[in-house]
Design a protein around this ligand. Structure first.
Ligand code: NI
Length: 190
């Protein structure tokens, strides 16, 4: 049975390490499959739309993602040893992180990305998209490289209004420019 893992926060050295590549042989290890199940459970419980293994104190190159209600086209996925294969454009948006609780900031990221990696069975997969999905992929891959969004963001501040508190959840980081703030308030995420 999956169990909740503790999400570590900024200041913990594991978040600052470059995570180790996963040996595909490791995918046969029940403990590794358990890690993936635990990460999904922990991500949904948070709640968040993305979670990287270093955030549960495991320095390995794997993350989970599920945009859930924000974008039904991008449901649950786990990506092992992810690698960018295409990046296009730039866009600024507000972002938060489960490991930097209660804060938000503005960060510029690629507008579109394509990422290759392995799924939990070792099959090659490619995830690509723009908007919130692209933003979340970049946020999680940063975690695997020991990078937190606060390293790159400007105007990092305590989340105050309701919209920002929602954004402060992991990469609930609406991929919308600041200028579009008003529409966020009437919009989805929590
Ligand atoms: Ni994060």
């Amino acid at each position: 049975m999956p169990y909740l893992r503790k999400i570590i926060t900024d200041g913990d050295p594991t978040l600052r390490k470059v995570a180790k590549k996963v040996d595909p042989a490791e995918l046969d290890d029940p403990l590794f499959q358990q890690l993936i199940d635990d990460m999904f459970l922990t991500m949904y419980d948070a709640p968040g739309i993305g979670l990287a293994a270093p955030q549960v104190d495991v320095s390995k190159r794997v993350f989970t993602i599920d945009l859930q209600d924000d974008d039904p086209a991008h449901g649950p996925a786990v990506v092992i040893n992810p690698k960018f294969v295409d990046t296009r454009g730039e866009i600024e948006a507000t972002e938060g992180c489960l490991s930097v609780r209660g804060f938000v900031g503005e960060i510029t990221r690629y507008e579109f990305v394509a990422v290759n990696g392995l799924d939990r069975n070792g099959t090659k997969i490619r995830l690509e998209g723009d908007g919130l999905f692209a933003r979340c992929l970049q946020h999680e891959i940063d975690h695997l490289n020991g990078v937190l969004y606060i390293d790159k963001a400007k105007n990092v501040r305590p989340a105050q209004i309701e919209e920002e508190v929602g954004t402060a959840e992991e990469a609930q980081a609406e991929a919308r420019a600041d200028a579009n703030r008003e529409s966020v308030e009437s919009g989805a995420s929590g």
